[in-house]
Design a protein around this ligand. Structure first.
Ligand SMILES: Nc1ncnc2c1ncn2[C@@H]1O[C@H](COP(=O)(O)OP(=O)(O)OP(=O)(O)O)[C@@H](O)[C@H]1O
Ligand SMILES: [Mg+2]
Length: 447
């Protein structure tokens, strides 16, 4: 039995059942089919199956050819539509061959055949990714809410990602117990928003991620969007700061407006210290106004009322003043990973790689002070170096070498040129002599 035929018959049955059963809605279609039929903000019945829609939905190159031999299919040469002309025979053919996994990934099929296979339709529907997570959904919202040119400009201030486009998942991240607890709390709060509104608890849903570069702040925020199926609205404060008087304050307002229109969503404000920094250093009235606007906008947005989860991130907590801190109800610390976490991070990022005699604990021991992002760079170097020798299997020794190279480069980066240490930059110079001898590899070397 070719899988292609199964895939195409599934597609044909799904379009047919969905068209007939008016109780079914967009969330009953698997995302891969839904995408094909989403136009102007809705799924319009009837769903028409043609070579091109079937190809888009199933990935089968020649859909008609895959099913043309079957007794219950036909194709209209004129319109190009493919259809089932003997539904009973088609359903029988299909149910004789289908496995649970296929039914569990398609609510429309579970609706029709669930009972026969002892599969709970409601559960399949709940597990199906909601339409709100699809790019097409966000695009239709954007079109609806940001019609004229002036409003379109608001969108230039932010990056918007649909959950389906976010590759980072929480499973790919190694988190501290503390981080896990905070995330768990916020997931529960989002699930029980109605209850929290009912009891009048509003001071929730504003998180500040604090930690050095490369410790997973952005990744965690994205992973949350992915696992909660929420659109991710990202803004870097440095990017909305304008040299023009009053523009920055307006931009801040616009960013919050975008988030409210796209809600429920996550609004991620990176480089949160940026505004605080400018406030301290610059007495200009316009800047003050921008900061006040930012603080007020934070006050005015709410997870409970507006369905916006606000996450701020900063590398420089020391530059935030009390007024900014107070706005956040949870502070989540992103420390540099300890040896145990480094070993776990290495396990995660090498999941798909072949490594002979891989010993993550040994690598963890020689990478003190490195962040998750540093470890990724180390692995990348090891992979590329092996490729220059036409190898796709790494060895533990490759990793150790890559760590040494990384340390060397890191020393170069941190070197203070003004101290006249130029000789060290000459090829073959005696740099990074601390390569593999096991003493501290902290980033903050002194020269
Ligand atoms: N704890 C971790 N577990 C797994 N991967 C990690 C972890 N920390 C960082 N990484 C990886 O390092 C890379 C950079 O992380 P990320 O961009 O999230 O850091 P960040 O804290 O936002 O840094 P910055 O402050 O520079 O914006 C990502 O590819 C991420 O997968
Ligand atoms: Mg980041």
């Amino acid at each position: 039995m070719s899988n292609a035929a199964m895939d195409v018959v599934e597609f044909l049955l799904t379009t047919r059942i969905f068209t007939d059963e008016r109780d079914l809605d967009a969330n009953d279609l698997p995302p891969r089919f839904r995408r094909v039929f989403w136009t102007d903000g809705e799924i319009e019945r009837p769903l028409s199956a043609t070579n091109s829609t079937a190809r888009a939905g199933t990935g089968v190159d020649q859909p008609w050819e895959a099913v043309s031999e079957l007794m219950f299919t036909e194709r209209d040469e004129f319109s190009g539509s493919i259809s089932i002309n003997q539904p009973e025979m088609a359903e029988q053919w299909f149910t004789e061959r289908v496995d649970d996994e296929r039914l569990r990934s398609n609510p429309t099929l579970a609706y029709r055949f669930g009972e026969e296979f002892d599969i709970d339709y409601e559960r399949v529907r709940d597990a199906n990714r909601p339409i709100e997570a699809d790019r097409v959904w966000i695009d239709s919202l954007l079109e609806e809410y940001f019609e004229d040119e002036e409003e379109e400009e608001m969108l230039d201030l932010v990056d918007i990602h649909a959950p389906e486009e976010i590759e980072m998942t929480l499973d790919d991240l190694v988190l501290t117990t503390d981080q896990e607890n905070e995330i768990h709390k916020i997931v529960k709060a989002i699930e029980h928003r109605d209850y929290l509104a009912q009891i009048g608890l509003r001071e929730i849903g504003k998180l500040l991620f604090v930690g050095p570069p490369g410790t997973g702040k952005t990744s965690t925020a994205r992973g949350l969007a992915h696992s909660l199926d929420l659109p991710f609205v990202e803004v870097k404060l440095s990017m909305i700061t304008s040299q023009y008087l009053g523009e920055t304050a307006k931009n801040v307002e616009k960013v919050f407006e975008v988030a409210k229109r796209l809600s429920p969503c996550i609004l991620f404000m990176d480089e949160f210290d940026f505004v605080a920094k400018t406030r301290a250093s610059d007495e200009h009235a316009a800047i003050k106004r921008a900061v006040n606007t930012l603080l007020k906008s934070i006050d005015d947005v709410s997870l409970i009322q507006d369905d916006v989860l606000l996450i701020g991130a900063t590398n420089h907590p020391d530059q935030l003043d009390a007024a900014a801190w107070r706005r956040f109800d949870e502070i989540v610390n992103f420390p540099k990973p300890d040896a145990g976490m480094r070993a776990d991070i290495l396990r995660v990022i090498t999941r798909a790689m072949d490594i002979d005699e891989f010993d993550p604990d040994e690598i963890a021991d020689i990478t003190e002070g490195l962040t998750g992002s540093d470890l990724r760079m180390v692995l990348r170097e090891a992979v590329l170096d092996a490729l220059t020798e036409e190898r796709t299997t790494l060895t533990q020794a490759d990793l150790v070498d890559a760590v040494e190279d990384f340390e060397e480069r890191d020393n170069l980066k941190n070197m203070d040129m003004m101290d006249g240490d130029h000789d060290a930059l000459v090829a073959g110079g005696d740099i990074g002599a601390d390569g593999g001898d096991g003493h501290s590899h902290d980033h903050a070397h002194e020269h």
